[in-house]
Design a protein around this ligand. Structure first.
Ligand code: FCB
Length: 405
């Protein structure tokens, strides 16, 4: 039996575009259709049914919940801010507070307003200022309800999928374009960090806790050769710690948000820049179970990456960790194994303050559509009927007691 600290945050995470439905002013909405992907459509209709979903979360003893603000709802046309959308998000946060659920609020979770995409999205020189103007409106309106802010979700994943691998809009495959977007996102985080603190000062509110969510992978050399050990180390420095190092240097992090799902086995085919950052092992040694998208399940990797964060001397919140599977029993095993992995890191001195499972509901998994089932709560996309899974009930015992059996 293991016991977590008393004031630990327990809950689940979502992102606006994946659950709300009908985000017709977003770049993804247009891209899905253009690229011939599954359409997000009404998704989970969470925009309408958020109170019902929060009742379910409350019933499952969650005391925290991560959500994101959809920029394209708040600013559907450039410079035109929707009072109605801001009021909606204020109502959403009040609904969480009324249930004693602590909100963790993300400002950018992969999607952009269509008008920004038309100008080049984050490649555009003004994107940083445009993001800050949006953040300013949102934070001023919502500050009274929020303590935890995530500026940007997984910039490494956004940049690599949209600008290097060409799988998300705008489907670029350009190192130069990726670098430009990365530079803008770095500046956007640092400036948003300062802006949020400034607004809390002006509104005489207790200091907020501001971070971003870093996607971390366990990067494991597939054998003991020097080339693979070196490549795994380098990839860890770049992929897992690149942004962190920069933000810590700029004193722009109050805690570290970690999203952890899987491992990557590093096997360099030859010495080369691209190989150093991209080659993965294709041999089937050291097999482990995988989720329904084929991602390796590797809980010990979570202990490993958490221990590597110790040097930053900052609290860590697990802002996402989850599994898509059609076997719900596997979900509970996944959660229990990862909680044990986190606890091992805590025992070795890492200050972990919360665990937010991805996701509260089955939802729209980007270019993969509605197939992958990540939810603690099952969604019937025809009727929008919600069904609480057994794994959710087991996890709720942990949320209620802080004890993993
Ligand atoms: C993360 C994303 C989240 C979800 C999960 C499965 O990379 O932040 O939106 O898609 O993966």
């Amino acid at each position: 039996m293991i016991r977590f600290p008393k004031d630990f945050l327990w809950g689940a995470a979502t992102a606006a575009y994946q659950v709300e439905g009908d985000n017709c002013h977003s770049d993804w909405w247009h891209w899905e259709k253009k690229a011939g992907k599954e359409s997000s459509g009404p998704a989970c209709r969470h925009y309408d049914f958020y109170k019902m979903d929060f009742d379910l979360a409350k019933g499952l003893h969650h005391n925290a919940h991560r959500l994101s603000i959809e920029w394209s709802r708040v600013e559907p046309e450039e410079g035109q801010f929707s009072a109605e959308a801001l009021q909606h998000y204020l109502d959403v946060l009040k609904a969480l507070r009324a249930r004693q659920i602590e909100p963790v609020v993300t400002l950018h979770h992969f999607t952009n307003p269509a008008w920004l995409a038309a100008k080049g999205a984050w490649e555009e020189g003004k994107s940083v200022d445009l993001f800050l103007r949006f953040a300013d409106h949102v934070v001023r309106a919502l500050a009274g309800q929020v303590r935890y802010w995530i500026t940007i979700n997984e910039p490494t994943i956004y940049v690599s999928h949209a600008y290097l691998f060409g799988v998300w809009p705008p489907q670029a495959k350009s190192f130069m374009r990726a670098r430009r977007v990365e530079r803008h996102m770095v500046a956007a985080h640092i400036k948003a960090y300062r802006l949020i603190h400034k607004i809390y000062g002006e509104q005489r509110l207790p200091a907020p806790a501001v971070s971003f969510s870093q996607h971390m992978m366990a990067l494991v050399p597939c054998d003991k050769t020097l080339k693979n050990r070196f490549a795994a180390w380098l990839r860890h420095k770049w992929f897992n710690e690149g942004y962190l190092d920069t933000f810590v240097r700029h004193k722009a992090l109050d805690f570290i948000g970690v999203n952890y799902y899987s491992r990557q086995r590093v096997d360099l085919k030859k010495w080369g820049l691209r190989n150093l950052f991209a080659d993965v092992c294709e041999k089937n040694h050291d097999p482990v179970a995988a989720n329904s998208l084929g991602w390796d399940i590797y809980p010990e990797g979570l202990t490993q990456v958490l221990l590597k964060l110790k040097k930053y001397k900052l609290p860590v919140m697990i802002t996402e960790n989850g599994i898509c599977t059609l076997e719900d029993a596997q979900r509970w095993e996944f959660i229990a194994a990862h909680l044990k992995a986190i606890h091992r890191a805590i025992e070795q001195g890492v200050l972990v303050t919360g665990y937010l499972y991805w996701s509260l509901l089955d939802n729209f998994e980007w270019d993969k559509g509605f197939g992958p089932r990540f939810g603690l709560i099952e969604m019937d996309y025809k009727t929008h009927q919600r069904t609480v899974r057994e794994s959710a009930k087991k996890f709720s015992r942990v949320c209620a007691t802080g004890v993993v059996p």
